[in-house]
Design a binder for this molecule. Structure first.
Ligand code: BF8
Length: 652
């Protein structure tokens, strides 16, 4: 990759050069020196027992004959199909476990707050608390919010260890979708149960039929989207506030030369929430001044960043591949991390500068980092300790400070409820105006573009090219995760982007409502918001009676994490066409890949696809959207019209 473009982001390019000058080893360099294993890459390596690892790769450069195919077996006799399917199920299980463990921790803190055991936090969205409690059949009457919240927290906590029945949130899906899950026998029973069963089924000598294994891939992933992730999103909204539009800035240029820069990185929002409050305390501010700084500058990284951006407008320093580069600026006093997507290499990069890497979660320690465990029952004091440690580090800044002067404006905060409200017209919140504009063809369809960065390909390039192509073709784009950050960095999340980049129909709707053509819906757990938005579109009528009827498509063009695979699989299991870029982890088995790419559509209405080229990927998504428009009989509505002011007013 030495001669390939490493990133399309100028701030990133400058810091890659600075890292080389400073002698810091970063991910972009490691991606050159450490090549991917071609056998693991295609899902053809089985390492689940000590008779292996067994490698059963596809023959290179020629079509495989039946006889060759039968010879591809591990020591135990496991076929290439079983091996690829088992590896795939394990990825889904790991993704579900990660989002689930996040959701469980949220439920724990939520219960502490409800019981008055976590001073510093309070329930911010009473309306959502009451609505969700009603949905869950919890008595409201004249009970206090705390009593209701305790019941809600306990009810949702039980979803993790539940052994029988079905997850409660499955009932939120369209009726037809629920029937499909029943017919296919994939309705998850309990979040942890499905993860545990996935590990058991994929243990040596258990489930050996790829059809059966992949059915469990659907079940365990649905336990993520309609389970762990949805619980995390809903309880976080009640606890910290449901996001509404908020302006902020993004990219390494948000770091400040004369202030204590603290980056909050990872996925869980509690410490970040309390840091944002405590950093304003006069004593803390005074302490920063006493060390020669003009103030404290908090900025986010990865999905913790998305959480505090969505609710407070805390600026974002960058996405996944920029975590080490923030340190390379030489201007970061503390990199405060919780869980997930934290590169181990970051600690070594930090050793070249003055940056303190501070781990805060008992589940995620890093060698070379300082561990300062966050205590939700004493949150403010935990936050003060972290802030003081960062401030103490300010005088240690060396001479190697260079902050790249690149940042862009964005509007975030598009929760499902906010989109409902903004589009809802004068009298009530509803997705009806969105549906109407899809039916009349001004909006061609909706795409969810989500997921990570991947150092194997040019950073941000595929996200940005894909999303520009989609909005040019009148497809409204919903985003989460690092994908959202990529597009925000090039200005696609501003209302002005509509007239600059979107097709005439989409632009006219965005301008009438005052929204960007690319909507930031939050962190990766908030892909559950996309499920809720899709469900609301079905329920508001005119676009069929199931998620799979909608002119909607999903993509994770630069994915790298197991969480992304779980997300993709629950989208497919919920009826969405979902295309991934970079590489596809089951190409070692044609049968498994065919099952995921074709046969799943017959069973679930949604299917996987793979395409690394962003323009071709956009075409696949648009073709799918057009296919659904045709099936709905609305394909002829897409006339080309120029909109005058009166017509624009009619749009909302
Ligand atoms: O959970 S998009 S790189 S930060 S895994 Fe990680 Fe991927 Fe970023 Fe968000 Ni999601």
């Amino acid at each position: 990759m030495a001669d390939k473009v490493k990133s399309i982001d100028q701030a990133t390019i400058e810091m890659i050069e600075k890292a080389a000058e400073d002698g810091a080893s970063i991910v972009f360099e490691r991606a050159v020196t450490t090549r991917p294993c071609p056998i693991g890459d295609e899902g053809s390596c089985c390492s689940i027992c000590a008779m292996g690892p067994c490698r059963v790769p596809l023959p290179k450069g020629k079509e495989e004959t039946e006889e060759e195919h039968r010879k591809r077996k591990g020591v135990c006799g496991a076929t290439a199909e079983t091996i690829a399917a088992r590896n795939f199920v394990r990825m889904c299980a790991a993704g579900t476990a990660s989002h689930g463990d996040h959701g469980r921790e949220v439920a724990k803190v939520f219960l502490e707050v409800a019981r008055g055991e976590a001073p510093g936090f309070e329930i911010k969205d009473e309306q959502k608390l009451l609505q969700l409690a009603l949905d869950m059949g919890i008595e409201i009457g004249d009970r206090s919010n705390s009593e209701i919240a305790v019941d809600l927290g306990e009810t949702l906590s039980k979803e993790f260890g539940k052994q029988e029945g079905e997850l409660l949130f499955l009932k939120r899906a369209p009726i037809k979708r629920q029937e499909i899950w029943q017919q296919m026998d994939v309705a998850p029973r309990g979040i942890d149960r499905e993860v545990s069963e996935a590990l058991h089924r994929t243990h040596m000598g258990t489930d050996q039929d790829y059809h059966s294994l992949l059915r469990h891939a659907v079940r365990v992933s649905l336990a993520d989207g309609w389970g762990g992730s949805m619980i995390a999103t809903e309880l976080q909204d009640i606890l910290f506030g449901t996001p509404s539009p908020v302006a902020s800035e993004i990219n390494l240029g948000v770091l400040k030369e004369d202030e204590v820069n603290i980056i909050i990185h990872g996925h869980e929002p509690y410490l970040a929430e309390i840091l944002a409050v405590v950093a304003q305390e006069p004593d803390i501010q005074k302490y920063a001044l006493s060390k020669g700084a003009k103030g404290i500058n908090l900025a986010g990284m990865c999905c913790t960043a998305n959480e505090v951006l969505m609710r407070h407008g805390v600026p974002i320093a960058g996405n996944f591949l920029q975590q080490e580069l923030a340190i390379v600026t030489g201007a970061v006093e503390a990199m405060v991390v919780d869980v997930q997507c934290i590169m181990q290499g970051m600690a070594e990069v930090a050793s070249c500068y003055h940056t303190k890497v501070i781990t805060t979660d008992p589940r995620a320690h890093i060698e070379g980092a300082t561990h300062m465990e966050f205590d939700s029952r004493n949150a403010a004091e935990s936050a003060r300790k972290v802030l003081r440690a960062a401030i103490d580090n300010f005088p240690n800044r060396g001479k190697k400070v260079r902050i790249p002067q690149y940042k862009n404006n964005l509007i975030a905060g598009f929760s499902h409820e906010t989109i409902n409200y903004l589009l809802g017209g004068t009298f009530r919140s509803s997705y009806k105006p969105l549906n109407d504009n899809i039916i009349n063809g001004r909006i061609r369809g909706v795409a969810g573009v989500v997921g990570c960065n991947n150092a194997r390909i040019a950073h941000d390039d595929i996200h940005v090219t894909l999303v520009k192509e989609l909005i040019k073709n009148d497809v409204l784009v919903l985003q989460t995760g690092c994908a959202a950050m990529a597009c925000a960095k090039v200005g696609l999340m501003t209302p002005e982007a509509a007239s600059q980049y979107a097709g005439e129909g989409l632009a006219s709707v965005c301008e009438a409502v005052g929204i960007p053509p690319v909507l930031h819906m939050g962190a990766c757990v908030d892909n559950s918001r996309i499920l809720m938005a899709a469900t609301a579109m079905v329920k508001d009528g005119g676009l069929g009676d199931d998620i799979s009827d909608l002119p909607v498509a999903g993509a994770a063009p630069e994915w790298m994490s197991e969480k992304a695979i779980a997300i993709g699989q629950y989208c497919v299991g919920s009826g969405l066409y979902t295309v991934f870029g970079v590489e596809w982890p089951t190409i070692g088995s044609k049968a498994v890949t065919r099952y995921l790419f074709k046969e799943m559509e017959e069973m679930y209405g949604g299917m996987w696809d793979f395409e690394p080229d962003p323009i071709k990927m956009a075409k696949l998504m648009i073709d799918h959207i057009d296919k659904k428009r045709k099936a709905l009989g609305i394909d002829k509505a897409r006339e080309r019209v120029l909109f005058d002011m009166a017509m624009r007013r009619e749009l909302i």
